[in-house]
Design a protein around this ligand. Structure first.
Ligand SMILES: O=C(O)Cc1cc(O)ccc1O
Ligand SMILES: [Fe+2]
Length: 506
C-alpha cells in the first residue's frame, strides 16, 4: 500500500481535496447553489452551533451523495456492546484480566464491529455524560459495512495488529503504539491484517482535548503538531450486494443500507410515457436542465418522477454505494491519530514520584474544573533518576477509577501477571500499588539513573466516574484473573520500632 499522507495539528482548521478533483472545495462560501463537480455539501457538527469559538467544532463535507441517502435503520443484534451498568452487582475488588482472547479466523470470522465487547463504564448515554471502555477482538476486515457512533467519541488503542481505517475524511493507518480518535458521528470502516486486539475509551458528550500545561510552558507532553489528520479520499463504488451503515445509538446497534441516487425518469404528463432516464447523481433542479437533451423545451409539459415503476427495460432503479464518497472537506472536526513515541515526557529530576497526571496525553473534561470524565494517560519509556526515592508507583487509594492496559512490554508496578492485551481495574478508593516482588526490589535497589519501561507502553483510562463492570467483563470473557489479589499477599511488615532507618539502603 502506498504510504498515506496526513495533515497535522491538533484541532486545526484544515482543508483537503482529493487530488483527482482539483478545486472541489467551494471558494469563499460553504453552500454554493451548485457545488464544484456537482457534489453535495453536508455539515457535520461536533458541537452545539452556539458553542464558544474555542470549543466550536464542525466540518463541511463535499460528497457524491449526502449521508441521508439510506434506507431506514433497523435494530440489529448488539452482541457484547452494552450501556447497562447494572448487569451485575457492584464489585469493589481489584480486578485484573489476562490477555483478552482473540477469536481464530479459522473458527469464526469477526470484524471490528462484531468484535466489540464492553468491559465497564458509567454514566448516561441519553444525557451525554459518561464513558464506556470496550475491548475489540477481531480477525476480519469490515466488508462493505461501516460504523458510526451517535453516542460519543472513540479513542482507539490498537494493541495487536494494525488498523487501516477508512473514514469520510480519508484513510489512516494506525499501528500498535499509535492511537486514534474517531469523533461522534464520523463514519469509518476498519481493515485488519491478522488477529487483532485493542482497547477503546468512549466518552459521551465531550471531546478530547490536550491538557493545559500550566508552569510547564508552551511545549511538552503531547505536542499539537504530532496529531495527524487524514487527507480527502473518495471512492465512487457501487456495491451490488449492498453497503451497510451500522449506527450505535443510545447504546444499541442499528443497520441501514445506503442507497445510490434514485434514477429519475422523464415522462410527458399526463400520459406517463417514459422518455428516458436522467442523470444518476443529479438533483432535481439539475435534471430540469437536462430536459433539452430529451428534446423537451417546455418544462410545463413534463414532470419528473422517481418511481421505479417507471423503470426503463434493463435499468436498475437503486444500487448501494460506499459512504466514503467525500471528495473534499474543510473544518476542525476530524478524526486524528497520534504516535505515542512522540510524547515528550516530563518527570521528577530530583526526588519523589510525581502523580501520573504528568503523563496525560488527552483529557475529556467534565464541567468541574480539573476533573475529567476520562483522561488518557501513558507510561512511556524514560529515564528514572529520582534520588532517595521509592521509584515505582506508590501505594494509593484514589477517588478516581483507574483502568489500565498494556500495549507491549511490562508495567513498572508489577513483576508479572499484567500482560500485553490484558487489563486491570482499580475502582474508586480501592487500594492498589506495587506487588510484593516489586516493593522488595525497589526498596533495596541501589539508585542510579536507569531506563524505565524501555520497549514498553502501559496506559491508563482514568475517570472521575465510578465504573461498573459488565457481565462480559466479569464472566463471559473468561479472562478474569481470580488470583490477582494474591500479588499483594506476601507484603510483610518491615516495621522496626526501635530503629528509625531514615534513608533506607542509600
Ligand atoms: O495505579 C497505577 O499503577 C497507576 C499509577 C501510576 C503512578 O505512577 C502513580 C499513581 C498511579 O495510580
Ligand atoms: Fe493507581
Amino acid at each position: 500500500m502506498a504510504e498515506l499522507k496526513y495533515l497535522s495539528g491538533f484541532g486545526n482548521e484544515c482543508a483537503s481535496e482529493d487530488p483527482r478533483c482539483p478545486g472541489s472545495l467551494p471558494e469563499g462560501q460553504n453552500n454554493p447553489q451548485v457545488c464544484p463537480y456537482n457534489l453535495y455539501a453536508e455539515q457535520l457538527s461536533g458541537s452545539a452551533f452556539t458553542c464558544p469559538r474555542s470549543t466550536n467544532k464542525r466540518s463541511w463535507l463535499y460528497r457524491i451523495l449526502p449521508s441521508v441517502s439510506h434506507k431506514p435503520f433497523e435494530s440489529v443484534d448488539k452482541g457484547h456492546v452494552t450501556h447497562n451498568w447494572d448487569e451485575v452487582d457492584p464489585d469493589p475488588n481489584q480486578l485484573r484480566w489476562k490477555p483478552f482472547e482473540i477469536p481464530k479466523a479459522s473458527q469464526k470470522k469477526v470484524d471490528f464491529v462484531s468484535g466489540l465487547h464492553t468491559l465497564c463504564g458509567a454514566g448516561d448515554i441519553k444525557s451525554n455524560n459518561g464513558l464506556a471502555i470496550h475491548i475489540f477482538l477481531c480477525n476480519t476486515s469490515m466488508e462493505n459495512r461501516c460504523f458510526y457512533n451517535s453516542d460519543g467519541d472513540f479513542l482507539i488503542v490498537p494493541q495487536k495488529g494494525s488498523l487501516l481505517i477508512y473514514t469520510e475524511f480519508g484513510k489512516m493507518l494506525v499501528q500498535p503504539n499509535e492511537i486514534c480518535v474517531i469523533q461522534r458521528g464520523m463514519r469509518f470502516s476498519i481493515d485488519v491484517f491478522e488477529e487483532t486486539r485493542g482497547y477503546i475509551l468512549e466518552v459521551y458528550g465531550v471531546h478530547f482535548e490536550l491538557p493545559d500545561l500550566g508552569p510547564i510552558g508552551a511545549n511538552g507532553l503531547a505536542n499539537p503538531r504530532d496529531f495527524l489528520i487524514p487527507v480527502a479520499w473518495y471512492e465512487d463504488r457501487q456495491v451490488p450486494a449492498g453497503y451497510t451503515v451500522i449506527n450505535k445509538f443510545q447504546g444499541k446497534l442499528f443497520a441501514a443500507k445506503q442507497n445510490r441516487t434514485k434514477k429519475y425518469y422523464v415522462r410527458i404528463a399526463p400520459k406517463s410515457q417514459v422518455l428516458g432516464v436522467g442523470t444518476l447523481r443529479g438533483r432535481l433542479p439539475s435534471l430540469r436542465r437536462l430536459l433539452p437533451a430529451f428534446g423537451l423545451t417546455n418544462p410545463g409539459t413534463v414532470s419528473i418522477a422517481s418511481s421505479s415503476s417507471l423503470k426503463l427495460p434493463g435499468e436498475t432503479s437503486q444500487q448501494d454505494v460506499s459512504p466514503f464518497n467525500v471528495v473534499a472537506w474543510h473544518g476542525n472536526y476530524t478524526p486524528y491519530k497520534y504516535n505515542l513515541k512522540n510524547f515528550m515526557v516530563i518527570n521528577s529530576v530530583a526526588f519523589d514520584h510525581a502523580d501520573p497526571s504528568i503523563f496525560t496525553v488527552l483529557t475529556a473534561k467534565s464541567v468541574r474544573p480539573g476533573v475529567a470524565i476520562a483522561d488518557f494517560v501513558i507510561f512511556p519509556p524514560r529515564w528514572g533518576v529520582a534520588d532517595k526515592t521509592f521509584r515505582p508507583p506508590y501505594y494509593h487509594r484514589n477517588c478516581m477509577s483507574e483502568f489500565m492496559g498494556l500495549i507491549r512490554g511490562h508495567y513498572e508496578a508489577k513483576q508479572g501477571g499484567f500482560l500485553p492485551g490484558g487489563g486491570s481495574l482499580h475502582s474508586a478508593m480501592t487500594p492498589h500499588g506495587p506487588d510484593a516482588d516489586c516493593f522488595e526490589k525497589a526498596s533495596k535497589v541501589k539508585l542510579a539513573p536507569e531506563r524505565i519501561a524501555d520497549g514498553t507502553m502501559a496506559f491508563m483510562f482514568e475517570s472521575s466516574l465510578s465504573l461498573a463492570v459488565t457481565k462480559w467483563g466479569l464472566k463471559a470473557s473468561g479472562c478474569l484473573d481470580e488470583n490477582y489479589h494474591k500479588c499483594w499477599e506476601p507484603l510483610k511488615s518491615h516495621f522496626t520500632p526501635n530503629s528509625r532507618n531514615p534513608a533506607g539502603p542509600n
